[in-house]
Design a protein around this ligand. Structure first.
Ligand SMILES: *Cc1c(COP(=O)(O)O)cnc(C)c1O
Length: 366
């Protein structure tokens, strides 16, 4: 009897999450200089971190011998002002992945199920399966969430529905009006987790007020992150907004000091770094056009994206990916998302995008 056999079947059935390859790892593997490698694989902010966040983080470094504020008072106060919600409606996470996991631990168990879409964010099945619940994967429509089919897939034992809007890795987007109708149609005892990691990248005409819905739908949980436009992916901080009763339950399963003091300080300052957010948004719009046009010129089919990345079809994605890696360009294969013919590239700076497109042209010739 091996110790590994003691792990429940549902744990052993989980497929491991495959992160973007770190620059240092590729440098080691290929004998390349890390300086010459570009990473467009994890939807990170190509401008780096918010400068205001950086200063606040450095200030906070003097206090790292002490535990962080486990209640996250200052950050919650800032979020409460920003979103017009009560402090007791906020749950802080070690990245928003942590709040997704808390939602699963608070609301799912063996014997019930969660609904999510085909090609949706990989953390939903991981969070669902790790508590022994069943995942119901609903076929996508044009790579995006099919909300009617998801509504129909809700079973008597379903407790949670996960929706990413925009979705990763496809970049697909569901209009706010359709989401509102979905919320009206979902049974009130089913928690709807609306993951808005890329919300700040939406152009104004696509924005909708999910936070205002919290007052109408006590079964709604909205998640946001500091990993994407705020540029704090390495610090790990995200949050959920929900009805106080939901937030209270999630805070009970939360690890007491799940967000570090550097992350708390940086996030609070980054939240008000309007200039950096504006620059990051503009750079993304510019870079998205550059990459979309470049992929068009190469004759590649792509999925229209509302995020800071785009998925495109190359056929032999594993082979093309290898040939990109050899040129020091890291993008993301998404076979694990059921898309073995696609790659996903994050929007970078102008020079990075140009280098990616040139390397891709080479990689396609081979
Ligand atoms: C990147 C991403 C997140 C954010 O994860 P963090 O844990 O906050 O870094 C959440 N949801 C989706 C769909 C994402 O793509």
């Amino acid at each position: 009897m091996r110790i590994a056999d003691n792990a429940p079947d549902y744990i052993r059935a989980i497929s491991p999450y495959q992160p973007g390859k770190p620059i240092a790892e590729l440098a080691r593997e290929m004998g390349l200089d890390a300086q010459d490698i570009i990473k467009l694989a994890s939807n990170e902010n190509p401008l780096g971190m918010s400068p205001r966040g950086r200063l606040a983080m450095l200030d906070a470094a003097d206090e790292v011998a002490r535990y962080p504020d486990g209640g996250g008072f200052a950050l919650k106060a800032a979020l409460s002002r920003r979103h017009g919600v009560q402090m007791n409606q906020i749950v802080l996470g070690n990245g928003s992945n942590d709040v997704l996991d808390m939602a699963a631990r608070a609301f799912l168990a063996r014997g019930n199920s969660a609904v999510y879409a085909q090609h949706a964010f990989a953390v939903y099945p991981i969070a669902t399966l790790s508590v022994g619940a069943r995942g119901i994967e609903v076929p996508a429509r044009e790579y995006g969430h099919d909300l009617d089919a998801m509504r129909a897939a809700i079973a008597p034992d379903t407790r949670v529905v996960f929706i990413a809007n925009p979705n990763n890795p496809t970049g697909t987007f569901v209009a706010g009006a359709l989401l509102g109708r979905f919320l009206e149609a979902v049974p009130q005892d089913v928690l709807v987790v609306l993951d808005e990691a890329y919300n700040e990248y939406l152009e104004p005409s696509l924005q909708y007020d999910s936070v205002a819905w919290l007052a109408r739908f006590p079964n709604l949980l909205v998640t946001r992150t500091f990993s994407k436009i705020y540029g704090l992916a390495g610090l790990r901080v995200g949050y959920a907004l929900a009805d106080p009763e939901i937030a209270d339950l999630m805070n009970r399963v939360r690890q007491p000091f799940n967000v570090g003091s550097l992350a708390l300080a940086a996030a609070e300052a980054a939240l008000d770094d309007e200039e950096f957010i504006r620059q990051s948004y503009e750079l993304n719009r510019f870079g998205m056009r550059q990459i979309v046009n470049g992929l068009d010129s190469l004759g590649l089919e792509q999925i229209p994206s509302c995020g800071n990345f785009v998925a495109f079809r190359v056929g032999d994605a594993a082979g093309v990916n290898q040939r990109l890696l050899r040129q020091g360009v890291i993008v993301r294969p998404i076979a694990g998302y059921g898309m073995p013919e696609h790659l996903r590239v994050s929007i970078g700076r102008e020079d990075e995008n140009a280098r990616f497109l040139a390397a891709l042209e080479q990689a396609l010739k081979a």
